[in-house]
Structures are given as C-alpha cells and as structure tokens.
Design a protein around this ligand. Structure first.
Ligand code: NAP
Length: 261
C-alpha cells in the first residue's frame, strides 16, 4: 500500500519488507541512518525491542511503550507510534464518537496498548477483558494517568461479562482470536456464544479474514461493525506522512491492501 501511495504521488521511493533475526536488530536499525532512507515500520515482535536503538521517542511512542514507526532525519532516528492515531481515524470514519462512551476492549497485548491509549485520549470509559488477567492489570497500571480502566476479570461469572458487553456502546476486539494466520482457527470468537452488545458498534482490529466470526455474529444481530483494514491503512498513512511530509491517497492505499489480502 505504501508503494501504491508513492507511485500515486510521483515520489521516487520504495517500501521493502525485511526479515530481521533478533541478533541483527541493532545493526539493521543503525543501517536506517542517512540521507537515502526515509524511515521504517516495525512490527511484531520488535515494537519494544527497537526502543533502545533509536535516538529519541515521540510522546505517543513513550505513552504506548512501543514503536511502530522510525523516522530518519539524516543521522538521527526518532521512534514513533501511529497505531493509536490509525485506530481513532478508523472509528471517526465510521462515525463513532468515543467521548464519555462505555467501551469494552477484549485483549491486553501489543495492539491493545495502542487501542487503550486512543480510547482513553478520546475520553471513553474503558473496560478490559483478557484471558491472562495479569496483563490487563499491568496495562491498566501503565495507562492510569490517561483515565480510568476497569478490569473485567476472568473470574467473573459468565453472566457478569455478558452484562458488561451487553451494556457497552462500543466493543473492540484486540485479541488474535478469529485471525486467519498460521495454524490459527478463524472460526473462533473471543466471546462466549450469544454474548454481544445490545446496541452500538463492534470493531475487530483483525483484517484477515475480512469478517471474523465475531463480526459476522454482530452483523447478524443488527450491530454496525468495522474490521481492522481501516486501522491498518490509517496507521500506514500516518507513518507515510511522517516520512514524506505529504498526505498519501488513502483510497489508493486501501485498494492496494485489499488487493493483496
Ligand atoms: P499480542 O501482543 O500477541 O496479543 C495477543 C492478544 O490476544 C492477547 O491479549 C492474548 O491474550 C490474546 N489471545 C491470544 N490467543 C488467545 C486465545 N486463544 N484466547 C483468548 N485470548 C487470546 O498480539 P497483538 O500484536 O496485540 O495483535 C493482536 C491482533 O491485532 C492480531 O490479530 C493482529 O493482526 C491485530 N492487529 C491489527 C492491527 C491493525 O492495524 N488493524 C494492528 C496491530 C495488530 P493473553 O494475554 O492471555 O495471551
């Protein structure tokens, strides 16, 4: 999608994927210095590991505790994070307002940290449910400065989780449950059978398959839904703008991403 956007803007630049071994990480990050490079994206499992190898962090990267974008300015590398901005823009595009809304977020992994930051910055009251409760507790502690986070513990009676989900305005899945990747079973949902919000909006940040089991069930129940493709495109567009100081055509990026997926 980045190459399609470079072409659309007539920019002489190229985006390449690199498979990096853990032992090579510092060397590869250092190789991003210099006039010929605009920067890089960083993905799982290196979003935390690259942090010591850049020269400075933006407030967003510091707050989320992860870097998904490196911006090169000559010899200097800045670590940034565009995941939260991408998520916020995706929900805005769907006409979802987050201020004072009750949001249940499923998951407490890397992506959940960006989504939690976006939701708290937007003024939502946040409820988190995660399979490993200690990760939800750690996330709530790390983000305490940005708002109040309520933890829906796994010890909850099934009825209590169902009630919290039923009463929310927005449900966001940030777990990898339902994703089509490797040996994962795409026909699974992060929620027990029959547990859905009574009204409102369901966002699943998974983009493969285009409709997870959760989204199919939510749609069948008459709820509005969004998959993870808009977030993917908009976090990419934010990175693109950091590197080039030009706004890419997000329709071009979306079409290119859709064609590949
Ligand atoms: P991660 O750090 O590995 O976190 C995975 C999360 O899923 C954790 O909360 C984990 O719970 C939970 N989980 C995994 N298997 C589970 C199971 N069988 N039952 C219940 N919970 C389970 O991964 P991530 O980087 O956050 O990515 C999560 C998903 O977000 C992926 O599908 C990824 O593709 C998607 N994503 C999308 C975008 C986008 O732009 N749309 C951006 C980033 C990520 P535990 O803590 O209990 O292990």
């Amino acid at each position: 999608m980045h190459n399609a956007a470079f072409t659309a803007l007539g920019l002489d630049a190229r985006y390449e994927a690199r498979d990096v071994a853990p032992a090579d990480l510092e060397r590869v990050v250092n190789s991003l210095r210099g006039e010929a490079i605009l920067g890089a994206n960083v993905t799982v499992p290196y979003k935390l590991a690259v942090m010591p190898f850049v020269d400075e962090l933006t407030p967003a990267a510091t707050a989320m505790g992860a870097v998904n974008t490196i911006i090169t300015k000559g010899a200097k590398l800045t670590g940034h994070n565009t995941d939260a901005a991408g998520f916020t823009r995706a929900l805005q595009e769907a006409g979802v307002t987050l201020k004072n809304k009750r949001v249940v977020m499923l998951g407490a992994g890397g992506a959940a940290r960006a989504v939690a930051y976006a939701l708290l910055q937007a003024g939502s009251s946040l409820y988190i449910y995660n399979r490993s409760p200690e990760k939800a507790v750690a996330l709530a502690k790390d983000f305490a400065a940005y708002g109040t986070i309520n933890i829906l513990t796994v010890e909850l009676a099934a009825g209590e989780l169902a009630a919290a989900v039923r009463d929310c305005d927005v449900l966001v899945n940030t777990t990898s449950v339902g994703m089509e990747h490797g040996g994962l079973d795409p026909n699974t949902s992060p929620l027990p059978q029959g547990v859905l919000p009574a009204r409102g909006f369901v966002s699943d940040i998974i983009y493969r398959p285009a409709k997870t089991k959760l989204l199919r069930e939510a749609e069948a129940a008459g709820l509005r839904v969004q998959n993870g493709l808009p977030m993917l495109v908009y976090q990419g567009a934010e990175s693109f703008e950091c590197w080039t100081r030009q706004a890419p055509d997000t329709d071009v990026m979306l079409a290119a991403a859709r064609a590949l997926l």
